[in-house]
Write a protein that binds this ligand. Structure first.
Ligand SMILES: [Zn+2]
Ligand SMILES: [Zn+2]
Length: 200
């Protein structure tokens, strides 16, 4: 079972489509790690994006499923840590969009489902597979459905192999295929900003 799902920022400048997505075409999770949470705080969207325990809902899928339609020049990126994780948002209205790494290869795409058509995302993507970094939830979860990192990573690796060997990694619209770098240069969050976010 799969379908297309529209994505958009809050103000409607940045739009796109996730093609051929569904419960079997990717993995839906809620991530409670402090990096995901800090990113949403950085955008000032904690009140409408995070759940009651500071979780961010995401959908991990293959990079070639993403098409960007309008407002591509409004996309901006930020890196919160030394890790290669690159976080994408629409600068027009601070809507979070994606998490990737800082290069086209290995191909990784996690869509922050806040940007997905709210009326259709549950029926198209299906339920969450569980809670990532459940131990970092704030306030703590009463009944977490933990996902092991091993299980999550093995599913990520399977997609990376498929996108790499098929050549589909070149279809990601988020990277310049000549330089293999993101189409927009990432801003680095300063140590002071990070401390402020951690205290928020
Ligand atoms: Zn916008
Ligand atoms: Zn996270």
């Amino acid at each position: 079972m799969s379908d297309s799902l529209a994505i958009s920022c809050k103000c409607g400048e940045v739009t796109g489509t996730l093609h051929d997505v569904g419960p079997d075409k990717g993995d839906r999770y809620v991530c409670y790690c402090s990096d995901c949470r800090d990113f949403i705080h950085l955008l000032g969207r904690q009140d409408d994006v995070l759940d009651a325990h500071g979780g961010t809902a995401v959908y991990q899928t293959r990079v070639a499923k993403l098409e960007l339609n309008t407002g591509i020049d409004k996309l901006a990126t930020v890196r919160l840590t030394q890790k290669p994780t690159t976080r994408w948002y629409a600068a027009c209205c601070n809507t979070p969009f994606f998490n990737t790494i800082n290069k086209a290869k290995p191909p990784f795409l996690s869509v922050i489902t806040e940007c997905c058509d709210a009326e259709r995302r549950d029926s198209v993507l299906g339920p969450s597979r569980g809670d990532v970094s459940a131990q970092e939830a704030m306030p703590p979860l009463q009944s977490a459905k933990p996902v092991s990192n091993f299980r999550m990573l093995s599913r990520v690796m399977r997609r990376i192999f498929r996108d790499t060997w098929s050549g589909d990694w070149k279809l990601s619209p988020l990277f310049d295929m000549e330089t293999r770098k993101p189409i927009t240069e990432a801003r680095r969050v300063t140590a002071e900003e990070r401390t402020r976010l951690d205290q928020a």
